[in-house]
Each structure stands twice: as C-alpha cells, then as structure tokens.
Design a protein around this ligand. Sequence first.
Ligand SMILES: NC(=O)c1ccc[n+]([C@@H]2O[C@H](COP(=O)([O-])OP(=O)(O)OC[C@H]3O[C@@H](n4cnc5c(N)ncnc54)[C@H](OP(=O)(O)O)[C@@H]3O)[C@@H](O)[C@H]2O)c1
Length: 257
Amino acid sequence: MSTGTEHVNGLKILVVGASSGIGRGFAIAASQRGARVALAARRTDLLAPLAAELHGSAHGLDITDSSTIATAVSEAVAALGGLDAVVLTSAVVPFAYISETEVTTWLHALTVNAVGASELIRAARPHLPSNSVILIASSYDVGRPAAGVGAYNASKAALNELLRSWRAENPDLGIIRASVGPTEGTEILRGADEELLAELLSSWSRRGQVPAHMSALVDVANTLVTLVGTAHAYPSVVSEVVHLAPRWPGRSTESVS
Ligand SMILES: NC(=O)c1ccc[n+]([C@@H]2O[C@H](COP(=O)([O-])OP(=O)(O)OC[C@H]3O[C@@H](n4cnc5c(N)ncnc54)[C@H](OP(=O)(O)O)[C@@H]3O)[C@@H](O)[C@H]2O)c1
C-alpha cells in the first residue's frame, strides 16, 4: 500500500460519497496516509463499519436535502475538531435516452450532481480556514456525451460552471474539480436497467465509445488524496481542473480492501 504521507498526515477531511467507489477508496487511502476522516452518504450501514476501521466517524447525508447536509457537516466538524478539506464524490447516473428523459429525471440529476455540490460548499464554507481545500468529482466525459447519459452529462456540465462561480466569489477557497475518467471497481452502474444498459453498451461499442482501459480505483483514490494534500500544503496555488485519464500499460499492484 502507498506510504506517501507527505502533506496528508493529520489533515481533517470530510468525504461525502464514502459508502462506495471512489469516495470509499479516497477515505481508505487518506486514512492510510495519516488523515483523519469523517464519512458521509445515505447508506450509513456501509459507512459505520468503514468508519470504525479507519477510526473515523459516519454521518447520514442525502445530498438532495440541505438540512441533512448542514447536520452532517456540523457533526463532522465536531468529530474531527475542525476541517481542512471537503471531498465530494456523490453522483447519480440516470441512464435514459434524451428523448425519453422526463422532468423528474432531469431535476434529480441536476439536484444530486450539481446543486448538491453547491449546497455542500455552502454548508462547509463557515468551517473552512483559509488554506482549506474542496475537491469535487466531475466527469472527463463532459462535452462528449455518449447515448443514454444526457441528464448526467448536462448536470456535470452545470456542476463545472457553478464551481467557476464559487471560485469567482471566493478566491480564497482552493476548489479542485477532478474530471474523473473511466475507473474500475465502483458502483456507478448500480440501479441501471439491465436491458437498457446492454443496449447502450452495444451502441457505445459500435461507436468506439467504450474505454479500452480503465484506471484502478486505488490509483484514482491516491491521486485525489495527493491533490488535496498538495493544495493544502501550497495554498497560493490550486490545480483548479485536473483530468484523470486511464494510462496503459500501467496496472496498479495495489487494491482497495
Ligand atoms: N467510475 C467511473 O468510471 C467514473 C467516471 C467518470 C466520473 N466519475 C465520477 O466519480 C464520482 C464517484 O463515482 P463512483 O464511480 O465512485 O460511483 P459510486 O460507487 O456509485 O459512488 C457514488 C456515491 O454517491 C453517493 N450518493 C448517490 N446519491 C447520493 C445522495 N442522494 N446523497 C448522498 N450521496 C449519494 C453514494 O452513496 P449512497 O448511495 O450511500 O448515498 C455513493 O457513495 C462521481 O462523481 C462520478 O460521476 C466516475
């Protein structure tokens, strides 16, 4: 496992979306490198054992519900004794052809993937000291949507734009947008209609849109941890937009347990 504790050791980090995938991997990697973590998401049954393992805390939060965001942020600040960084990986991918995407689906995607990020920053803002860091996961696919992910891509494009507004009005905040690329071992396809997904995969394959390679979860997680640590250590610089692309060959020898 990685031992790169430099800049990360002792950081107090709230990880929202920590119940699975990249958020979970981030929490584990950050903890292994000496950070103290508070974990948030809806599935507290998954968060609690992980928090116990990482000597952290678990907080129920629905990113569509501002009151749960405010409560979870307050609880996390109390548990950590302050806040150095907030990381958000929560997202929903409502697979649907755009011609069949209903208003409720549009609003849900926008609420989870875009407005939720702004609400989280709004709640965390008063607790963040001047060299603190906010890392928000977006998608490398913004600007090149494949079939069936219109609402997801549009909501991530909205996310990217609202982060620009946060920076414009809060130049002291170190806001990193990590445009995540194809990453294996996550639950991003959870809940998708299997028949529709098979149809979409076949269409993506015909158009050459299925990634030939994916990044290892542990490598993506550690890359994000390094970004947070570096931005905190060198507060006059922030990597505002970072694209994570799969690199091949480049198999990781590590895995997220
Ligand atoms: N994996 C990829 O290939 C890929 C590619 C491009 C971009 N990304 C981006 O990377 C980030 C992480 O994705 P992932 O692949 O790790 O997906 P994942 O395993 O599905 O994790 C998503 C997380 O979002 C949380 N979440 C969903 N709805 C929520 C809500 N209403 N309130 C609070 N939390 C909620 C889930 O927790 P609960 O269900 O417990 O609430 C889960 O912890 C996302 O922003 C995604 O768009 C991933």
